[in-house]
Every structure is written in C-alpha cells, then in structure tokens.
Design a protein around this ligand. Structure first.
Ligand code: NAD
Length: 286
C-alpha cells in the first residue's frame, strides 16, 4: 500500500463552499485534537478546521505568540482552543506535554504531528549541526508525538488517529533538498509501518504528503552552503511559483479532516494533478 488517495482540489473546493455556506457539520464535536506547529501555515489552518468541526483543540507550537494567535482566531469564531508551548526536539518537554494533555484534557482522539522546518542546500555542505536540527524537528518530533500519544490511545482502548505531515518531497527528487527529503521519506515510512502495528488497537495512522503549499515556510527556508544571491533567487522563484500555483494551507487542512474521517493511509495533496496522477500510476491504490 502506498499512496491511497490523491487530493487534487475538486472535493476540497466543494467542502470549502459548503463550509462558507454554513453547511459543514460539527462531526468532531466532543473530540480532543492536538496539533503541533499550529501557530502558522498548515498547522494553524488544521487547528482552525478541527475547531470549526466542533473539536476542542490543543494548539501547540515552539512559538507561543503564534500559537496564541491561532487560538484567538478559533475563540473569535466561537471555538475551543488551548495553547501549549512545546519544542518537539526536546524529548523531556514532549514527555511533559503528553502528560499535561492527558491529565488536563484527557487522551486525544486525533494528534497531528505537523511541526517542521525547511532547510535547503547541498548535502556536502550540510554540517552535523544543521543535519541534526532538521532531523530532530522533522523526524524525531513525529516519532515522539506518535509514541507518546499513540501509547495513550492504545491504553485507553477507544481508538484514535495519528496524522503525520510528510511531504511530496518524500518521493520526488530535488537537488538541494537531500536532508529535508530524507526526513520526509522517513516520516512516510514510519507512518506506514506504525499503521500496521497499531491496527489491532484500532488506532489509525495517516501520512499526509502536501505538494506546493503557500505558507511562511517558503520565505523562512534557510539555505546552507549556497551563496546568498543564489538562495535569494531560489526563494524568489519558489514564492512566485507558490503564488501562481500553490494551494492555500486550508486545502491541506480540509484533506486532513477527510483523511481522518476515512482513515486514509497516505494522502497526497497537490495542485499538480499531473504529478498526482503519475504517483498514482506508479503506485496503484489498494
Ligand atoms: P510554517 O513555517 O508556516 O509552520 C511551521 C510551524 O512549526 C511554525 O509555527 C513553527 O513555529 C513550528 N515549529 C517549528 N519548529 C518547531 C519545534 N521544534 N517545535 C514546535 N513547533 C515548531 O510551515 P508549514 O508550511 O505550515 O509546514 C507545516 C508542515 O508541513 C511541515 O512539517 C512542513 O515540512 C510540511 N510541508 C509543507 C509544505 C509547503 O509547501 N508549505 C509542503 C509539504 C510539507
């Protein structure tokens, strides 16, 4: 089983229209949802989408001000959001976070391991510090979220859903993105293996692979070993591409809610339907 669903927009547009028209249901009412990296971009949109669907949301981010901003948006729409400052690279901090959530709000029904950073540059110029930073955020953070909250879900015995944000970089080839892509491929594989491990306990695991999404990560991507002029050029080109063709993060949020409802294994969310079709052809749905 590889990609089992490709989101290319039409359904999302329908859902967005239905939501704007006030037709979307509160089918996550009474559920607790944890989102890491929820202060910005995809995480913020996801926290807001779950809140609109009735869930109580724990908005977690290393940037407490950003998390608070997301929570304020949710509160302004009549939703229920709690803010928690957590650094997913900090093992002890993640232990405390998971305990705090369980003891204060209960075992979450859905956990979205979304926190991630973008770092680009040639691998030969990627030193241990940079490699460690990107690995500990993008991969170790997902491992911790899955292990700690997955254990809570299994012990509770009422199922649950773990959602890990990988990327299309998990299976596309990009010069200058070796380290980032390696972490995302690892997240995809972790998710698929964990899905099999947790199936008997009724806990679902989903890997989401967004393509081109218009969020601050593009502007904030750091480049190592690349002359500043070249890095600026790449950044400007990426921003132009994203502005022209990128999905807004709300599209990914909608896809995440649908993936949770349908317990999807691997979902690609990309405006590049052509790429989506190619992937689907290489890896037929099972
Ligand atoms: P973003 O930069 O807008 O948001 C990332 C959030 O994660 C920020 O609020 C940041 O403060 C938080 N964060 C960073 N390090 C953290 C840490 N150690 N602990 C806790 N929080 C931390 O980026 P985004 O585009 O919304 O990215 C979200 C996820 O989606 C990432 O995993 C990213 O790799 C993935 N993704 C993004 C794209 C894209 O094109 N934007 C495509 C594929 C995958």
């Amino acid at each position: 089983e590889f990609v089992d669903y490709v989101e290319s927009g039409e359904e999302t547009q329908e859902l967005t229209r239905a939501r704007a028209a006030g037709e979307a249901g509160k089918d996550f009412g009474g559920q607790l949802v944890v989102v890491t990296g929820a202060g910005s971009g995809i995480g913020s949109a996801t926290a807001q989408a779950f809140a609109k669907a009735g869930a109580r949301v724990v908005v977690a981010d290393i940037d407490e001000g950003a998390a608070k901003h997301t929570a304020d948006e949710i509160a302004a729409q009549g939703g229920d959001a709690q803010v928690y400052r957590v650094d997913v690279t900090d093992a002890d901090g993640m232990d405390r976070f998971a305990e705090y959530v369980r003891d204060t709000f209960g075992v979450p029904d859905v956990v979205v391991n979304n926190a991630g950073i973008g770092v680009g540059g040639p691998l030969l110029d990627t030193d241990e510090e940079v490699w460690g930073r990107i690995r500990s955020t993008n991969l170790d953070g997902v491992y911790r979220g899955c292990r700690l909250f997955g254990r809570q879900m299994v012990e509770r015995g009422e199922g649950g859903q773990l959602v890990n944000i990988a990327s299309m970089a998990a299976f596309t080839t990009s010069a200058g993105l070796s380290a980032y892509s390696a972490t995302k491929a690892a997240v995809l594989q972790l998710s698929e293996c964990l899905r099999v491990e947790l199936e008997p306990a009724g806990v679902g695991v989903t890997a989401i692979c967004p393509g081109v999404i218009n969020t601050p990560i593009v502007r904030n991507t750091q480049f190592v070993g690349v002359p500043p002029g070249v890095a600026d050029l790449v950044r400007r080109q990426a921003i132009r591409l994203f502005e022209r063709r990128g999905y807004p993060p709300e599209r990914v949020a909608d896809a995440i809610l649908r993936a949770v409802r349908n317990d999807r294994a691997v979902v690609v969310v990309s405006p590049e339907a052509r790429i989506g079709r190619t992937i689907a052809r290489i890896s037929p749905a099972t």
